[in-house]
Design a protein around this ligand. Structure first.
Ligand code: DGT
Ligand code: CA
Ligand code: CA
Length: 572
């Protein structure tokens, strides 16, 4: 069984949630949550550490008690204590926590008072206004909960890319392990690096497909086998993720890969182009009459219909066929081209590592600069810095920069954009920073006009450089706030500001569609991780995927520049 740190952390988080709903000792609850956070950010596989005989009880926040539980999870795939608790509660109770505005405390009240134990029950209760009648729940909160319920239901069946990724990789490795499997690749929306995936579509070539299928359905992480044929099978994993496997012949690999990578509308357009040229494209190959003229590679398939090779991230029918025909496809940005990260937090605000630790980790990634953007002090942010504290941080950065080799720390801030469009810190200190990242963290419900004006006014400040997570959405949890995107793009461009592509897997904000439009409006971007600890600097890859889906090239992204060039573009 391959249990990842993410899964182990999720066991402890679920346990903490259920303990809290059960009204248990908050001390215990916190201990499990702290351990979960440590595990998420560990960077090394606990499974490997145990195999190598590392004493994991020495890891801060873990200790002997939790170390034993970790060993149990790795050995058995579950935690008996959590299973017992789960049985004591309705099966979908924890779904309530996916709704914005509902934490364990409120879930407990909803369950105890109204016997609500599923998203459906929650929706009905909100529609009948039973929730606002509860003590501590307002009508406003009830509305928010109703909206959140609908959103959680819509997104509930899809998996965030980053959540599906370890499952995809483990399965791919498992299948490749079988002798006789020649090529194995995860196609579908996963290969297109879509922010969420509905299921995994695995394509394999093998001289003995029936053996491969046999082997596939023995994968230990499977909960249910839906179908099992000679060349295809569908299963559901224990985490409810569906996996489709198809085996094809080597000669058809390219055509099948093209077919199963999608998107469907991209494929249909290719098929129509082929038809207009007197050919036929299907999952077996490209045919002229009865004669197969291409099919073993994707390049061949595209070439045969007169197109340049189209990267999977572009296959969404957003103009890629036309561009491929004209030889004008973008040369998409790669993670290797990123030279620094312009949004991250330290212990000065709500991060979990010191300045040195963040710099060291960034250096290990080969970066030549980072910007420290701790939060400004403001109502919405608990641990923000005020002017005095920011100046202390700036002094510390100066000191560290003097001794640090190979990487430069830029002084920055993630300053709150207040409701009236002013910034939460005075210009007297903003002007001394290398760059200013600004963000909206509250008042998400302003009208579109007010929200747009608020942000544009903030960018009128001559020290403002980058608008962080421009739409504020959280995938599956919170809709974007209302902004007139066209006006926003014009405003950003006019003022010489930049938009962020926030690489947090839950944010991926700006999204792919807006990124492409903003690029067309002449805007450049920063791809930034918003890391709250050193391990999260690796989120950069998710930001780069989203940027690629938005057609971005190296020159569209300012953190591909050298430090000298970057400093120039930050001077408005
Ligand atoms: P998902 O799973 O909802 O995130 O999105 P996809 O794109 O992975 O869609 P899925 O799993 O239904 O199908 C995988 C690929 O198979 C899809 O991208 C294109 C191809 N495909 C599926 N159904 C059809 C179809 O009816 N016609 C064509 N041309 N291709 C299809
Ligand atoms: Ca799929
Ligand atoms: Ca599928």
């Amino acid at each position: 069984m391959v249990i990842s740190n993410v899964e182990i952390a999720s066991v402890f988080n679920q346990l903490a949630d259920l303990l809290e709903i059960n009204g248990e000792n908050s001390f215990k609850v916190r201990a499990y949550r702290n351990a979960a956070r440590t595990i998420e950010n560990l960077g090394t596989d606990l499974r490997k550490m145990l195999e190598e005989g590392v004493d994991i009880s020495q890891i801060p926040t873990i200790g002997e008690h939790i170390a034993l539980k970790i060993a149990e999870i790795i050995k058995t795939g579950k935690l008996a204590k959590l299973e017992r608790f789960k049985h004591a509660f309705p099966p979908h109770l924890l779904d309530l926590l996916k709704v914005e505005g509902i934490g364990p405390k409120r879930a407990k009240v909803l369950y105890r008072e109204l016997n609500i134990s599923s998203l459906d029950g929650l929706k009905k209760a909100a529609q009948k206004h039973q929730i606002s009648a509860l003590k501590g729940f307002s009508e406003k909160l009830e509305k928010k909960i109703l909206k959140g319920t609908l959103l959680a239901k819509k997104e509930g069946k899809r998996f965030m890319y980053s959540v599906a990724e370890p499952y995809a990789e483990a399965l791919e490795a498992y299948l490749k392990n079988l002798k006789g499997a020649l090529q194995v690749i995860v196609a579908g929306s996963f290969r297109r690096r879509k922010e969420t995936v509905g299921d995994l579509d695995i394509l394999a070539t093998s001289a003995h497909p029936e053996l491969l299928i046999d082997y596939f359905v023995k994968y230990p992480d499977i909960k249910e086998i839906i179908s099992q044929g000679d060349t295809r099978s569908t299963v559901i994993l224990k985490n409810e993720l569906q996996v489709d496997l198809r085996c094809v012949e080597k000669e058809s690999y390219g055509a099948a890969l093209h077919y199963f990578t999608g998107s469907k509308s991209h494929n249909i357009a290719v098929r129509i182009m082929a038809r207009d040229m007197g050919m036929k494209v299907n999952e077996y190959g490209v045919f002229r009459g009865e004669k197969k003229i291409a099919g073993s590679t994707e390049e061949e398939v595209y070439r045969s219909v007169g197109l340049d090779y189209i990267e999977p991230e572009l296959r969404e029918s957003r103009g890629e066929h036309r561009a491929a025909k004209a030889g004008k496809l973008p040369r998409l940005i790669t993670e290797e081209e990123i030279r620094g990260d312009l949004h991250m937090h330290t212990l000065y605000s709500d991060g979990h590592n010191t300045i040195e630790e963040m710099a060291e980790a960034a250096k290990n990634r080969g970066y030549s600069y980072i910007a420290l953007t701790d939060h400004s002090k403001h109502m919405a942010i608990v641990h923000g810095v005020d002017e005095k504290r920011l100046r202390e941080e700036m002094e510390e950065i100066d000191r560290i920069n003097e001794t640090l080799k190979g990487i430069t720390i830029l002084k920055s801030i993630e300053v709150d954009i207040l409701e009236d469009g002013s910034l939460a810190l005075p210009n007297s200190v903003l002007k001394e920073l290398d760059l200013v990242v600004g963000a909206v963290h509250d008042k998400f419900n302003l009208s579109q006009k007010m929200q747009t004006q608020r942000i544009l006014k903030a960018m009128d400040n001559p020290y403002f450089n980058i608008l962080a997570h421009p739409t504020g959405r959280l995938i599956g949890e919170r809709e974007p706030y209302k902004v007139n995107m066209k006006q926003l793009f014009e405003g950003v461009k006019q003022r010489g500001c930049f938009l962020e592509i926030n690489a947090q897997p839950k944010r991926l904000d700006l999204n792919d569609v807006y990124t492409k439009r903003a690029k067309e409006a002449g805007i450049r971007f920063a791809i930034s991780t918003d890391a709250h600890n050193a391990a999260s600097l690796h989120y950069m890859k998710y930001g780069v995927y989203q940027a690629r889906r938005g057609w971005l090239e190296k020159d569209d992204v300012i953190n591909t520049l050298s430090l000298g060039e970057l400093k120039k573009v930050l001077q408005r």
